[in-house]
Design a protein around this ligand. Structure first.
Ligand code: CO8
Length: 262
């Protein structure tokens, strides 16, 4: 696939590398349209299927991660069009199918669908310039890609209601206090820090990394007892991997583990 709305590159010095996807419609503040979302989904699945890649970073530019769904594209849609074409459902949530960790590196605006895409990632590293919001209410709609569900799970009902009903933005400091982002870094260090976090993950064993991601995601899918049972099974399952034996033997023999990702 030839990409027109995103850029892709590969980084890192660990045995596994990091796939970087840069949203690239700078004139429209990286507003998300079907083409961009098709390309993003394609690139995510391609990196996920690539055995040389251990982690994926998705970023935008210094002004915007993404300022939401493309309002110019959406303005003329009617109900039957969005319903029949499966708007959003068709291609906007591919990130949830990815087994490898996905980090969102956010500078500038992450609004509407932009905030929702960032929240679909496994964690968000924010530049001190980042601004998050679900301003859909201001244009007569509601969030449509999980904003009303993932935001309350991240920041609690009070703040999520405040954001969704008023459409106000949250700056990086508030987002970190509220638990929406994992850390804040200076804007000029954002990519370095996100790639360094990804490189750390790339140096670990893939079976435990991907199962750890699955286990944490279970925390949001059902009751605590089921989450614990799922975690226990995954914990047991990892004793069937070479990487478990390698990781523990390396610790006991005071050497670096050489994970084989199996
Ligand atoms: N869609 C289309 N174009 C946009 C968008 C957008 N969401 N955001 C910005 N642009 C364009 C502007 O029209 C402008 O274009 P031009 O230069 O041709 O006039 C250019 O980007 C620069 O924008 P501004 O001049 O407005 O720049 P400012 O710095 O003054 O303001 C803001 C930046 C605050 C980001 C402002 O542009 C803004 O409020 N944008 C709209 C934000 C918004 O409402 N987002 C929600 C959209 S609805 C949505 O996302 C629904 C989610 C549905 C599911 C999505 C699935 C993932």
């Amino acid at each position: 696939m030839n990409y027109e709305c995103i850029l892709t590159s590969v980084h890192g010095d660990a045995p596994l590398k990091t796939g970087l996807i840069t949203l690239n419609r700078p004139k429209q503040m990286n507003a998300l349209n079907d083409q961009l979302m098709d390309e993003l989904g394609h690139a995510l699945l391609a990196f996920d299927a690539d055995d040389t890649i251990g982690c994926i970073v998705v970023t935008g530019n210094d002004k915007a991660f993404a300022a939401g769904a493309d309002i110019a594209a959406m303005a003329s849609y009617d109900f039957m069009h969005v319903y029949k074409t499966g708007y959003i459902s068709r291609n906007w949530e591919t990130m949830r199918q990815v087994k490898k960790p996905v980090i969102a590196a956010v500078a500038g605006f992450a609004l509407g669908g932009g905030c929702e895409v960032a929240m679909m990632a496994d964690f968000i590293i924010a530049a001190d310039t980042a601004k998050f919001g679900q301003p859909e209410i201001k244009i007569g709609i509601v969030p449509g890609a999980g904003g009303t569900q993932r935001l309350p799970r991240a920041v609690g009902k009070a703040k999520a209601m405040d954001m969704v009903l008023t459409g106000r933005m949250m700056d990086a400091a508030e987002a970190e206090r509220a638990g929406l982002v994992s850390r804040i870094v200076p804007a000029d260090k954002l990519l370095d820090e996100a790639l360094a976090a990804a490189n750390t993950i790339c140096a670990l064993g893939q079976p435990s990394v991907t199962l750890a991601k699955e286990c944490v995601n279970r925390a949001f899918e059902g009751p605590l007892s089921e989450g614990i049972a799922y975690e226990r099974r995954m914990f047991h399952a990892l004793f069937g991997t070479e990487d478990q034996r390698e990781g523990m033997d390396a610790f006991l023999n005071k050497r670096k583990p050489a994970f084989k990702h199996r």
